[in-house]
Design a protein around this ligand. Sequence first.
Ligand SMILES: NC(=O)c1ccc[n+]([C@@H]2O[C@H](COP(=O)([O-])OP(=O)(O)OC[C@H]3O[C@@H](n4cnc5c(N)ncnc54)[C@H](OP(=O)(O)O)[C@@H]3O)[C@@H](O)[C@H]2O)c1
Length: 268
Amino acid sequence: MKYIKLNNNLEIPLIGIGTNTFGKVDNQYAAEINYDTKELDTAIQVGYRLLDTAIAYRNEEVIGLAVEKSGIKRSDFILTTKLPGQVGYIQKNEIIDAVNQSLKNLKTNYIDILLMHHPWDNNEEMLSVYQVLEEFVNKRIIKAIGVSNFNNEQLKYILDHCQIKPAINQIASYPGHWQDDLIEFNQTNGIVVQAWSPLNRVTFEMKNILQDIGKKHDKTWAQVILNYQVRRGVVVIPKSHRLEGQKENLDIFDFELSPEDINRIKNL
Ligand SMILES: NC(=O)c1ccc[n+]([C@@H]2O[C@H](COP(=O)([O-])OP(=O)(O)OC[C@H]3O[C@@H](n4cnc5c(N)ncnc54)[C@H](OP(=O)(O)O)[C@@H]3O)[C@@H](O)[C@H]2O)c1
C-alpha cells in the first residue's frame, strides 16, 4: 500500500474501500441492514485499512463490527464517516449527538476522518456546522475533518472562515467527469481529493479504450483508472462485493502509464 499525508500530518492509504451497500440485504443501497460483514471481512483480510462509510448509509455499526471481529488494532484503520448535509443536524446539540452516535456505532472512541457529506445552500449555516466539527478536532475525538461534494466557491468560503483547514474533499471523479479544475483547486490549497464512484459510471466504449491501455501492462480497465488517479495524488475508494475485485483494486502500483496513455485517459 502507498500512503498520502493530509494537511494535519495524518497518513492515509491511497486506496480505501467504499461500503455504501455493504451489510445490507441483497447489497441494495436502500435495503435493510443485515449486519453481514462478509465483504468487509474479505476486504480487511486482503489489506484494506481505509473504510469509507456515512451516517446516510446506515451501516456504521457493520463497519464497527467488522473492525472489532478482525482482531486488528483499531489504530491500524482509518475510518471515515460523513455527517449528512442540511437534512437536520443544524443545531449544535444535534451535531454533537450525531457524532457521539457514530462513535458508538463504530465501536470506537475517536473517528479518523469526518466529512460534511454535502454542501449547504446557506454558507453561514454550513460554517456553523463545520465549526462544531472543529471543536471535536480540538478535543481529539476526530483526527481530521473535511467535506464532500463541495465546489470551489463552497470550499473557498470554508477556507476563508475556518480555524482548521479541511483535510479532504471527497468528490465524484471518474472517466468523462474527472473534475480536473476542482482537483487542482483542492490540491493547490493543500486539500487531499478522494474520488467516489471511481468505477461505477464507465461506459462500454470507455472500458474498451481503458482495456486497450491495460493490455500492455496485463491490467484491467478498472486498474488503469485507479492507477491514473493515485499517480496524480487522488485517493480512490472503489467498492467490490467480490474478493477478486477487492484484490484487483489493490494491485495497481506496479505499472506506469505512458504520457500517450495518460492523454487518452484524460480525454475519455
Ligand atoms: N461522498 C459521496 O457523496 C459519495 C457518493 C457515492 C459514493 N461514495 C462512496 O464511494 C464508494 C464507491 O463508489 P460506488 O460504490 O458508487 O462505486 P464504485 O466503487 O465506483 O463501483 C462499484 C461497482 O464497480 C464494480 N467493480 C468494482 N471493482 C471492479 C473491478 N475491479 N472490475 C470490474 N468491476 C468492478 C462493482 O461490482 P462488484 O461488486 O460485482 O465487483 C460495483 O458494481 C461508495 O461505496 C461510497 O463509500 C460517496
